[in-house]
Write a protein that binds this ligand. Sequence first.
Ligand SMILES: Cc1cc2nc3c(=O)[nH]c(=O)nc-3n(C[C@H](O)[C@H](O)[C@H](O)COP(=O)(O)OP(=O)(O)OC[C@H]3O[C@@H](n4cnc5c(N)ncnc54)[C@H](O)[C@@H]3O)c2cc1C
Length: 379
Amino acid sequence: MICDAETGFPDHLSVAIVGAGPAGIGVARVLRDLAIPDVWVFERGQIGQSFRDWPKETRLLTPSFPGNVFGVTDLNAISFDSSPGWSLRSEHPSGAAYAQYLDQAADMFGVNVQCGIDVRAVEPVDNAFKLETSRGPVTADYVIWACGHFGAPTDAGLLGSELGRHYGTVESWDDIEEDEVFVIGGYESGIDAAIGLAQKGKNVIVLDRGAPWLDGDKDPSRSLSPYTQQRLDTFRRCLSITLLPDVEVIALEQEGSGAHILAADGRSWLSDGPPVLATGFVGGTQRVSQWFEYGEDGVPLLTAQDESTAMPGLFLVGPEVSHQGHLFCFIYKFRQRFAVVARAIAARMGADTSVLEMYYENNMFLDDLTCCDDDKCLC
Ligand SMILES: Cc1cc2nc3c(=O)[nH]c(=O)nc-3n(C[C@H](O)[C@H](O)[C@H](O)COP(=O)(O)OP(=O)(O)OC[C@H]3O[C@@H](n4cnc5c(N)ncnc54)[C@H](O)[C@@H]3O)c2cc1C
């Protein structure tokens, strides 16, 4: 059931899932397969809101291909029986198209989603949780936090960052008027911005403290995806994209309607308009950060069931999940943990978990984290 803010939901839930992106809808589906009652997904915008908010030219990096029946689930699918490649007829769907896939998936899976509900706080009360929402309080035995990180752009501590515009706030590269545009940050979003702008005829200069476009790490969570690399190789030949490595940008200073970009080594550039900040996103757990412990690298510390080490009953799904230095930040990675979280909750509720066999059979259940100790899951 997919509802807007005017319709109702019970006062007490067994499981409250916060966020209706691929993580929230995906884990709700597993709980539905386990026949857990009173599971609701709360979403402050619409299903797939982060994807709806992408620049309209942006496409998914990971390719979609409907290999499901041969045991190779579409990389962008949130379940083993759906495929955005098949339903959208697209290998690299746009954000709007992917949100449409999520909409259809939520409907087909029969999960309860309440849109237009902002979850403002979560507090433990009497062996359960109280969620403060924009529609008033609701309690739940378990909470699954699935807020992603697109809604939390970071300026990475850049002085004068208000003179720039963050990648996450750009609706379309058509909206940028200047002929020459500086992009600060040269990883996925920075290169996506550079290509999007160059395709609109702009002269684009990308500044980065390193040279991510040369990084050869085997894990696509740590180096440019083949899709981005391929597009960059193609478009650099025919469009105006300059990549400047080893530039540690420390500040932006007002200069007319533009900005002076200052680097740590004394170099500077004059930008006619606001530079694009491709400086990334911080974790989506900010709003509930008091209920998580964080490692030195800033990742939330989780049990082997992806439960907060500081707050039993509070689980995390999505791109912020990390174990032994292995990042689960792509859909094809973090979907492997939906069944692990759902099994933990179902087992505590005394529910039969044998249905999860089909998740094992379909290669959608990574509970053996020792695979992250070596390179075999990265090759
Ligand atoms: C430009 C770009 C390209 C990408 N390309 C790929 C790709 O090709 N393949 C891939 O696997 N990944 C890709 N990613 C990463 C992918 O988008 C994320 O990993 C994915 O969106 C995470 O899913 P999620 O459900 O955890 O979070 P989201 O999709 O961000 O969903 C979180 C939802 O929670 C809602 N929400 C947040 N806070 C609250 C609150 N307090 N109360 C209620 N609702 C709330 C939001 O509105 C949102 O709808 C890309 C990311 C970007 C930015």
